[in-house]
Structure formats: C-alpha cells, structure tokens
Design a protein around this ligand. Structure first.
Ligand SMILES: *Cc1c(COP(=O)(O)O)cnc(C)c1O
Length: 420
C-alpha cells in the first residue's frame, strides 16, 4: 500500500465549497439535502441569498411557483384575502373556495372539485375516491395499478402507489397497489384483475426523469379503462396548471381521465392542491372528506389568482414558445457537451447526462448562480416560471454551460488523481 498517495479529491471538493453560512440548521430535522445558502428574496425568475448573491431559478420550488417568485397578482390576491378573511374554518363556506372549485370544474370539464394542502394529499383523496367507487360499482374492488418509477407523494397511500422513491419506505406499505412498466400497454392490461378499481398515472413522469407517456399508450390506457369498467386517475400535480402548454396535460393527449389531481403550480408557491372528478366518479358522500385547512380561503385566493393568470389570452402561447426555445437551447448544449436525451413538453424538460453526474452539475450550477434539480442521478430537470423570458433562458444556458465545464474539468482532475 502506498501510504504517501494523496486521497483522490471528491467531485464535491473540486466543484463546490459551501459559502460562509449565517444561520444554523442544527435544529432542523434531516430532510432533503440542502445547500448552505439561506434565501431571503425572490422576484420572477431570480432569487437572492442572505449575502445578496443572485441566482436564476429554473426549479421554482419543483414547479410550484408557476408565476415565478412573488408575482404582483399573487401578492395582491393574498393581501386582499388576508384583509378580508383568512380562514372561516372548513366547516363554513368561503367565497374563494367556491369560486376556485367552480372555475376549475368549468375550465377542465370536471363536475366536482375539492381543495386540499398538498399533492400527496390530493392523491390520497383520489385513492379514497376510487375505492369508494369500487365499493359502490365494482363489488368492493380496491386495487390500484400505477407505473414503475412513478411518483405520487410521500404519504403512505401515495408512497405505496409510487414504485420509485425513498430508500426507507417504512414498511409495511399499504396493501392494494401494484406497479407495471410505464408506456407498456400489454403489461398494464395483463395486470388488471377483478380486484382492480383504477389505474393511476402521471401523463409525464416527473421524478422518474421527465418521461412522457406516448400518445398511443395514454389513449390505449383510456380505452382499456373504458372497456374494463375501471377508473383512470391522472396525477397532474406536476404537469397541470399550464406547465405543459395546456391547462391540463391530458389535453395534449386528447384523453379524459375520471379523476385528476392538481398541486404544485396551482398555488403558485403556497400550499394548495385539488382533487377533481367527472361523471360517475363523483361519488363521495358528506363526511367522507375532511381536513382543517381543506378549502382554506387564503390558499384558495392564491389558486384563483394563478388560474386567472394562466388563462389570460396569450399565456399558453408564451409557455409553448418559451418551451420550444428552452428545448432548442438545451439540445444545442447537450450536443456540445455530449450529453444525452432531452424529454419534455411546454416548460417541463429533463436532460439525460452521459454519466451519473447530475448531482455534481446541480452543485456546480448553484456555484454559477443557477438553481436546478436532479430527479435522477443522470438527469437534470428544468421547470422555470411559466412567465420566464427568452433572456432568462439565454442567461440560464450560459450558466449551465459553465457548470458543465466545471464538472468536466473536475472529472478530469479526479481521474488524474486516481491514476497517479
Ligand atoms: C410533487 C408530486 C406529488 C406530491 O406532491 P406534494 O405536494 O409534494 O405532496 C404527487 N404527484 C406528482 C406527480 C408530483 O410531481
């Protein structure tokens, strides 16, 4: 053994040194890994940390901030609602809740909507609704089939419906779920049995690395559900609210689900989610759904502001055009740096890297003043504000190129270190 050999520097050492931190995170329970910076201000596509460094944000809280940071329409809606009424309580109606439910139904062609706090909760409620329907119409069938590598949230039922996800799943899982490969219609067909009540899918798998369903597949799933007399649940927590260039991604596919979940972008940055149902799937009775903040007036007012903005004339055209512009820029960069496949729709893109270096690129990007995330070890995800400008995109591409270079240099150094 050569005792004098220096340990090879890790990629992290070479790419990124944490800046001096002012606040301590010692009292926080461990959750996701976070960089040391503390963020204090945001405007549109930009964020500032406590040392006044500016960052371009192409994650936007995992696609939650659909209109970017602190948009005027959201500030106004929240301010007005705060002054009028924050929370009469879930046992009483409030105007924002009624308006948002009605407008969501009208705009998505749904019959009923219910407002909740998070995507996982909406999925949870969708599963309950499907099981209720199974009790009424399919002899107590309860089983839900979803896709491998799908992600529907971290509550127990949502986690059980998700095949990918956390290392510790806190066994035992909830019974009544099974998983089949995505975009594989025969596998799905073969998995349906008498106990099956619904199929639950993301139109574009987000956490799996931005993997779109093919049109053939999603249309086939819709037909299969119809023929077999089971429900189609589309989890549009990430793809909905204009993210893919239409209010719902299902419109891109020409498909209509029985049950839809919305979350993330619906609140524009505040915790808000929705469960929507159509026709025969509307089967909850009084007393079967409840939650202290379900239909919270303040959160619902944010949802209304986002919905108004997204439905404004020309907004979806902007999403479509910016999406194409971003996709083309990313494709050029991927080609230049020998990276792989680009997948997505509208302003939801995933870029597969030639190696499992996505974490390193995310860190290098942060160093360059760019916020991204890596849903998979070899995949970067881009979910900018739906209001992102072409110059924001140009600037992002410059910073990303620098991050790619930084990682490449570090990788070369790393290999030399190991080879010495
Ligand atoms: C993020 C996400 C969820 C979970 O939403 P939370 O608000 O984090 O609970 C569920 N489904 C999909 C498709 C998501 O992207």
């Amino acid at each position: 053994m050569n005792l004098f050999r220096r340990p090879a520097p890790s990629l992290d050492d070479l790419i990124f040194e944490a800046p001096g931190d002012t606040s301590s995170s010692d009292s926080l329970m461990p959750s996701v890994a976070r960089p040391a910076q503390v963020f204090v201000r945001g405007q549109g596509s930009w964020l500032w940390d406590s040392e006044d460094r500016a960052y371009l944000d192409f994650s936007q809280g995992n696609a939650a901030n659909s209109l970017g940071h602190s948009p005027q329409v959201l500030i106004k809606a929240l301010t007005d609602q705060t002054q009028a009424l924050i929370n009469p309580g879930n046992g009483l109606h409030n105007r924002a809740q009624l308006n948002l439910a009605e407008r969501l139904c009208h705009r998505t062609g749904s019959d009923q909507a219910y407002l909740l706090n998070s995507g996982a909760e909406a999925v949870e409620a969708a599963i309950k609704l499907a099981r209720k329907w199974g009790q009424l119409h399919r002899g107590g069938a309860y089983r839900i089939i979803s896709a491998s590598a799908g992600c529907h949230g971290r509550s127990f039922a949502a986690m059980s419906a998700s095949a990918g996800g956390p290392e510790n799943r806190f066994e035992p899982q909830l019974p009544g779920f099974s998983h089949v490969p995505f975009n594989d219609l025969p596998a799905l067909h073969a998995a349906v049995d008498a106990q099956t009540v619904a199929i639950l899918l993301e139109p574009i798998q987000g956490e799996a690395g931005v993997i779109p369903a093919t049109e053939h597949y999603l249309k086939g799933v819709e037909r299969l559900c119809h023929e077999l007399g089971i429900l189609l649940i589309l989890d549009e927590v990430q793809t909905g609210m204009g993210r893919c260039g239409t209010l719902l991604a299902e419109q891109q596919y020409g498909v209509r689900a029985d049950i839809i979940t919305l979350g993330k972008g619906l609140g524009g940055g505040v915790p808000l989610a929705a469960l929507m149902a159509r026709g025969k799937a509307c089967c909850f009775d009084v007393g079967e759904l409840d939650g202290t903040h379900h239909g919270n007036a303040l959160m619902a007012s944010a949802g209304l502001a986002v919905l108004d903005a997204v439905l404004e004339h020309g907004f979806m055209d902007h999403v479509g055009e910016s999406g194409v512009y971003l996709g083309e820029g990313l494709a050029r960069l991927a080609y230049r740096y020998d990276h792989g496949q680009l997948r997505g729709h509208g302003l939801m893109w995933g870029l597969t890297l030639s190696e499992d270096s996505a974490e390193a690129v995310v860190k290098a990007a942060l160093h360059e003043g760019l916020i991204l995330n890596a849903p998979q070890p070899n995949c970067l995800r881009f979910t900018p504000a739906l209001t992102v400008s072409k110059s924001n995109i140009d600037e992002m591409l410059l910073r990303l190129a620098r991050a790619f270079s930084r990682v490449r240099t570090a990788q070369l150094q790393c290999r030399k270190g190991i080879a010495v």
